[in-house]
Design a protein. Structure first.
Length: 246
């Protein structure tokens, strides 16, 4: 696991976009695994800026998102479908039929398995962008999730619902379930890019760096088994860690 230290969220966005762009430039029909939440917002801004200024094309790219709330209509402003449209898709030339998100309204075991089949049929994920929850979740894989699981429906923890309540008008509106790529799905990606920002992630970052065995109580620890993980973290997220060098 390679850790890259950056000053703040802006620099994190720039560095993360650079890693993603290297993948697209090398493989114009790359499959990108995408994440939502507050952390990747700057990354998407940088990618949009690059598209506008340098013309990087997404015409052949395919994207698969990590997760979506269960039961939320895709057109709801709080759906991850809307998040992706508003932060990224509407600004780039990615064809409509080349971006995929888990279906919030089709969540049987069969539907979940079909999402993994879809990813396999695209040739697998070349680069998976990830954020991390304060409790160590990746995607919406909450603590206790089996480490080899595929796409599945999860019951969100109170801490995750509280953390995400900032996007809703009240906590009671935050869905109780989500459909997410499993940890097994994530580990199949060829390359993983984990981005971590803010003091509220410092403890999770500390735990991740100290993880020596993957344990389901801290889902992000599964990443230590993966051969190609880059973590870009800002100063506040690294505040509990002493790094040898930047
Ligand atoms: O960047 P944020 O908003 O802190 O979220 C961290 C992670 O949590 C999730 O939003 C799920 O809660 C992930 O999709 C995301 O990567």
């Amino acid at each position: 696991m390679q850790i890259v230290a950056v000053k703040d969220k802006r620099e994190l966005g720039r560095k993360a976009a650079k890693v993603i762009l290297e993948v697209i430039h090398k493989k114009p029909d790359a499959v990108l695994g995408l994440a939502t939440g507050g952390t990747p917002e700057e990354t998407y801004k940088e990618l949009v800026k690059d598209h506008r200024e340098n013309g990087t094309s997404y015409k052949a790219v395919r994207t698969v998102n990590l997760d979506e709330y269960v039961g939320i209509d895709p057109s709801d402003p709080n759906s991850y479908h809307s998040y992706m449209d508003h932060n990224f898709f509407k600004y780039i030339d990615l064809p409509e039929d080349q971006h995929f998100l888990p279906d919030s309204l089709a969540t049987t075991d069969h539907d979940c398995a079909r999402y993994d089949d879809l990813i396999d049929s695209l040739g697998g994920v070349d680069l998976q962008l990830l954020g991390i929850g304060g409790n160590g979740h990746i995607g919406f894989n909450e603590p206790g999730t089996p480490l080899s699981i595929g796409t599945h429906v999860v019951q969100l923890t109170d801490s995750t619902r509280k953390a995400n309540a900032r996007y809703f008008s009240s906590l009671s509106e935050v869905p109780e379930q989500a459909i997410t790529m499993g940890i097994g799905t994530i580990l199949k990606s060829k390359k993983v890019l984990l981005i971590v920002s803010g003091e509220e992630k410092a403890e999770a970052m500390y735990k991740l760096v100290r993880s020596s065995v993957p344990e389901s109580g801290f889902p992000a620890s599964a990443l230590i088994q993966h051969p190609d993980v880059t973590v870009i973290a800002d100063r506040s997220a690294l505040s509990l860690i002493k790094l040898n060098k930047d």
